[in-house]
Design a protein around this ligand. Structure first.
Ligand SMILES: [Zn+2]
Length: 239
């Protein structure tokens, strides 16, 4: 695998050559970076032709990212809004001389921390709680969907992801879900779990894959729209 930077039509393209059959082109959040993966021996002319033919699409994608609101800087202090399962909560920081904890009450998230705890530490406390919540929900969802999709997930995990809502390692039958999903409605979390599990039947986002998705979750397109709707202080990732 080899990565290089190309300038084509004034655009910077990060090109990775791999042992694959087809060219893949993607535009990434947040700045509309362009990445292409290409078969090992494809000629530069062919790469240029692909970029040329998809220029409009690239510009549209980049425009889409440019129009997204910038995430506000968060201090994890009282008065800020934070999200959990699609709901907006007011954050209330309480200092106490005991172990940190998080409690939901009506539309407030109470974050208990030790006196002198800084923003980074408060963020850690909230994220650890998000992770805990996902770690309860995800195995329930996997158990529910395994007999429907007729696959077996060997392992799963939650982690901070910069560009994806989820990933699937088909060989190891392991799925990873983005911590950010804790902020999204449960239906969105479930959609990503089903999406990643469906990759155990079909690696690519092709007609077969979307056919499966429609069989499993008839409404998946609407759920995906909801997933990709940005609220304040929520990141948008990709599947
Ligand atoms: Zn996918």
């Amino acid at each position: 695998m080899k990565t290089e930077q190309l300038m084509i039509h004034g655009l910077t393209i990060e090109l990775t050559r791999k042992k694959i059959k087809n060219l893949h082109l993607r535009v990434y959040a947040p700045h509309g970076q362009i990445r292409m993966t290409a078969p090992l021996h494809v000629k530069e002319k062919e790469i240029k032709d692909v970029i040329h033919s998809r220029l409009e699409w690239i510009k549209t994608q980049q425009q889409k990212f440019a129009n997204r609101p910038v995430m506000p800087h968060l201090e994890y202090q009282t008065g800020e809004y934070h999200y959990f399962q699609g709901q907006r909560y007011l954050l209330n920081v309480i200092y106490h001389p005991a172990a940190p904890k998080v409690q939901l009450q009506d539309s407030t998230i109470h974050l208990y921390a030790r006196e002198g705890c800084d923003a980074a530490k408060r963020q850690q406390i909230l994220e650890a709680w998000y992770r805990q919540q996902l770690q309860i929900l995800i195995p329930e969802m996997i158990t529910k969907w395994q007999p429907v999709i007729k696959v077996n997930v060997a392992d799963w995990g939650v982690k901070q992801m910069k560009t994806r809502w989820g990933t699937c390692n088909i060989r190891d039958r392991r799925i990873w879900l983005a911590l950010e999903l804790a902020k999204k409605p449960l239906a969105c979390l479930e959609y990503v779990v089903v999406h990643e599990m469906t990759h155990l039947l079909e690696r690519y986002h092709n007609d077969r894959f979307y056919g499966f998705m429609t069989t499993f979750l008839a409404d998946w397109r609407n759920i995906r729209l909801e997933l990709n709707q940005q609220n304040v202080n929520q990141q948008i990732l990709e599947e």
